[in-house]
Design a binder for this molecule. Structure first.
Ligand SMILES: NC(=O)CC[C@H](N)C(=O)O
Length: 252
C-alpha cells in the first residue's frame, strides 16, 4: 500500500515530490476505485470549486466520504482543507460540494485574491515537538482560506494574526463583514481532528518536509501492520507512477 494523492487538479505533483524526498511513494488518485489501493490520502491545494466539479464528474464524492468515515488518515492542504471542512463560507454562487468530516468552518479566500498571496513564518509548536527543527514553519499562503471556527474535537496546530482591514467572520450570523480586525486577533491555519489534518498553506512548496513526515506518522499509526502501509520508493511495484516528476520550485 502507498499514500494516495488526489490528482484532479492543483499541486499534486509537488506533494508526490515531497513524499519522494522522504522516500515514500505517492500514487495519483483520479477514480473512486483507486482509493481501495491506498490507506491514506493527501488532497492538494488548487481551486476548490474546480476540484469539486472534477470530483463530481469522476463520481469521487461518495468514495472520499467513505474513506474519511473509515478513519483513514487524510490531509487537506489549502483547497484540500476546504474539501474536508464541514462548512465553507465565501463560496461561489450556488456553493460547492464538500467531502466534510472535519468539524470546522472555513472561509474560502480569507486572505484575499491571488495577488494578495504571501509567505510568512508561522509558529508551529506541535510540529516542532513531534518533528524537531525550528519552532516556525515557512507558510506559503496562496489565495489561502482560513479556519474561522472549530468544533470541540479539533486540535489547533497553528494560528496566524489577522491582517488589518481583512474580511472578518461574524459568528452570530453566517455573514461575512468587511471591518477592521481587532489588533491581536488570530485565525486558525492548521488543524487536526483524529486522523484528519488540515493546513491552509502549502508545505509541498517548501523544502521543509516536516508536515509531510508528521502526516506519514499519522498514517503509520493507523495502518494495520504500519510499515507495510507506507512503501519506500524503490521497493514498490515499478508499474506505478512511472513518469518522471520534476522537482518543484522549492522555497527555502
Ligand atoms: N491555494 C489554494 O488551494 C487556494 C484555494 C482557494 N482559496 C479555493 O477556494 O479553492
Amino acid at each position: 500500500m502507498v499514500v494516495g494523492v488526489l490528482a484532479l487538479q492543483g499541486s499534486f505533483n509537488e506533494h508526490i515530490a515531497a513524499l519522494r524526498r522522504l522516500g515514500v511513494k505517492g500514487v495519483e488518485i483520479r477514480k473512486p476505485e483507486q482509493l481501495d489501493n491506498v490507506s491514506s490520502l493527501i488532497i492538494p491545494g488548487g481551486e476548490s470549486t474546480t476540484m469539486a466539479k472534477l470530483a463530481e464528474f469522476h463520481k469521487l464524492f461518495p468514495a472520499l466520504r467513505e474513506f474519511v468515515k473509515m478513519g483513514k488518515p487524510v490531509w487537506g492542504t489549502c483547497a484540500g482543507l476546504i474539501f474536508l471542512a464541514d462548512k465553507a463560507v465565501g463560496q461561489k454562487l450556488g456553493g460547492q460540494e464538500l467531502v466534510g468530516g472535519l468539524d470546522c468552518t472555513v472561509h474560502r479566500n480569507f486572505f484575499g485574491s491571488q495577488i494578495q498571496s504571501f509567505e510568512a513564518d508561522i509558529s508551529v509548536p506541535e510540529l516542532a515537538s513531534k518533528e524537531g527543527g525550528p519552532e516556525t514553519f515557512r507558510g506559503v499562503f496562496i489565495r489561502a482560506p482560513a479556519v474561522l471556527e472549530v468544533g470541540p474535537e479539533v486540535e489547533v496546530l497553528a494560528d496566524y494574526p489577522v491582517p488589518s482591514n481583512k474580511v472578518l467572520y461574524s459568528s452570530s450570523t453566517v455573514e461575512i463583514q468587511e471591518e477592521n480586525s481587532t489588533p491581536g486577533e488570530k485565525v486558525i491555519v492548521a488543524v487536526k481532528q483524529g486522523n484528519l489534518l488540515g493546513t491552509v498553506f502549502h508545505p509541498e512548496l517548501t523544502a521543509d518536509t516536516r508536515w509531510h513526515s508528521y502526516f506519514l506518522k499519522m498514517a503509520r499509526e493507523v495502518g494495520d501492520g504500519a510499515s507495510s502501509s507506507i512503501v519506500v520508493v524503490g521497493e514498490e511495484d515499478p508499474g506505478l507512477n512511472q513518469q518522471p516528476k520534476i522537482d518543484l520550485p522549492v522555497f527555502q
